[in-house]
Design a protein around this ligand. Structure first.
Ligand SMILES: Nc1nc2c(c(=O)[nH]1)N[C@H]1C(S)=C(S)[C@@H](COP(=O)(O)O)O[C@H]1N2
Ligand SMILES: [Mo]
Length: 508
């Protein structure tokens, strides 16, 4: 009679070998670049290959959750694949080995397409492939011996002990890889940099700049609450002492600047409201900080921008790219920065430590490169960049918008006076008026908080007297160029959402 493995045994062999394979690859990746870990490399490729609807769907869960969900989804996918490989191999080990080859090939491809990994990185997926195939054949042989009816008890015990050993071994390898791979002590590098003190501080933000007591955000967003958007599944860990920025392309003199050079220059502080193009009407992908750094205008002038240059093409250490019009980078009023400080501290790691670009008035995806390492002056449209390749606009100035923060949607308020409050923004020109209407009535001008500068949001509030019942509040802003927000809802893709924000609430 032909020997056949029981289904649970076959599935277990599949899962154990794939687990061992990925863990071994993760451990090797700790030495050649953690992103070479086949599990991370495949996950990163999934991010880059995701269709726009999926990326936008993911962003709803917030910066931390969308990443956790992706990792969990990929783990489930791989486990399913492993179970299938095991079940296909109930008679012969060949299908399982073929699966290991396929998995290895996918991982090699994923690593080769990573811009931030060297040639050596291929060792990680190769390890995955070799370990996967070897563990699979080994466990399969033991399980077959246990199933063939001769010496069954002894063979079965041997199979169970080996399986347990493999599981424990790969658990340890995965943990060791994680610990070693993230051993670069990035916080130590941040501490060594110390507080970032501007030579030219921004004027202090007056206490009257926000209506946080009425429910708006604070004017300056604490670093820990600043919105975060990026494609990095593992935050780049680039130490200040290892960082350098190359400015090249259509310039007279190529520059290579290190952190000490930047930190030693005259540092300018600017209060800027950053906004993400994916921010839905009413969304919270908008925050404000006092950024400190060197004006991009000075750095570019030092390199000498040739007249034929139209865009600054920026690349981060993990290969994310964007392009910004030279005119916006060079404009004195706009005041683009190569920032190294955020609210007095070195940039937090998630916000681009050690250096990033900040260009007031442009959505982040066309300007705000975190972990920036390369600025290339190119002819206009000479190359496309990360989000442009995924259907978003080549140029994207921030659109005038407003949002209601209080009352909260569906909040139930006591009868009497109700304060409606929120924020409005029209970076580079400034907010002129904010109007609110309730239940489709007349538009009433809201009180505006003190204006800080043209590159930041502005808080507003209005006290209304409302009878008990359900109510609907709507808001619209008019900017200093005379443009009033249109009612119609426009989705974020390709160059930013517009439309009036409205909320429903109850007074009783
Ligand atoms: N390296 C890198 N820089 C990046 C991104 C990214 O994915 N990678 N995302 C951009 C986008 S879409 C936005 S809105 C801002 C967000 O910056 P924050 O996370 O500091 O708020 O960073 C920009 N810079
Ligand atoms: Mo963004």
């Amino acid at each position: 009679m032909e020997t056949r493995l029981r289904r649970p045994t076959a599935a277990l062999i599949g899962v154990l070998s794939v687990g061992a394979a990925l863990a071994a690859g993760h451990l090797v990746a700790a030495f050649v670049g953690i992103n070479a870990s086949p599990y991370l490399a495949v996950s990163n490729s999934m991010v880059d290959l995701s269709p726009p609807w999926l990326t936008e769907f993911g962003k709803q869960f917030g910066p931390e959750w969308d990443k956790k969900l992706l990792f969990a989804g990929i783990a489930v996918g791989i486990a399913g694949f492993a179970v299938a490989a095991g079940l296909l191999s109930r008679r012969s080990a060949v299908p399982g080995v073929v699966v290991a080859v396929v998995l290895g090939a996918v991982a090699v491809a994923a690593v080769l397409f990573r811009p931030d990994l060297g040639q050596l990185a291929v060792l990680a997926p190769l390890t995955t492939f070799v370990v996967g195939a070897a563990v699979f054949r080994w466990l399969h042989r033991l399980a077959m011996d246990a199933a063939d009816g001769v010496d069954t008890t002894l063979d079965r015990r041997r199979f169970l002990i080996t399986s347990g050993g493999v599981a424990a071994g790969f658990g340890l390898a995965a943990i060791a890889g994680q610990v070693l791979g993230t051993r670069v002590d990035i916080e130590a590098s941040r501490r060594a940099v110390g507080p970032i003190v501007p030579d030219r501080p921004a004027p202090p933000v007056p206490a009257t700049a926000d209506f946080s007591s009425a429910g708006t955000p604070t004017f300056i967003t604490p670093n820990s609450r600043f919105y975060r958007i990026d494609t990095a599944l593992t935050v780049p860990r680039l130490r200040a002492e290892d960082w350098a920025l190359r400015i090249h392309g259509l310039v007279d003199t190529e520059l290579e600047l290190d952190f000490a050079d930047i930190a030693g220059r005259e540092l300018v502080e600017r209060v800027v409201t950053m906004t993400c193009v994916s921010n839905e009407v009413g969304g919270d992908l908008i925050s404000t900080a006092a950024f400190t750094g060197v004006p991009m205008r000075e750095l570019l002038a030092e390199a000498g921008v040739r007249p034929e240059a139209g865009q600054v093409y920026a690349t981060s250490v993990d290969g994310w790219t964007t392009a910004t019009p030279v005119a916006d980078m060079m404009s004195e009023e706009r005041g683009a920065l190569l920032a190294i400080g955020m609210n007095g501290e070195p940039l937090p790691v998630e916000h681009g430590f050690p250096a990033r670009v900040v260009v007031p008035g442009l959505y982040g995806y066309v300007s705000a490169t975190k972990w920036v390492v390369d600025l290339e002056l190119i002819r206009d449209g000479e190359k496309t960049f990360y989000w442009q390749d995924r259907g978003w606009a080549k140029e994207a100035p921030i659109k005038t918008q407003s949002r209601i923060d209080a009352p909260r949607a569906f909040q139930n308020l006591p009868a009497g006076k109700v304060t409606i409050a929120g924020v409005a923004w029209a970076q580079t020109v400034g907010v002129e008026t904010v109007e609110v209407r309730v239940d489709g009535g007349v538009w009433r001008a809201a009180e505006l908080a003190a204006e800080v500068n043209d590159q930041t949001w502005r808080m507003w509030r209005l006290v209304v007297d409302l009878p008990p019942g359900n109510h609907r509040a709507e808001v619209r802003a008019t900017d200093a160029s005379g443009h009033t927000q249109a009612e119609e809802r426009v989705p974020p893709i390709p160059d930013g959402a517009t439309g009036w924000h409205s909320i429903l609430f109850t007074v009783s």
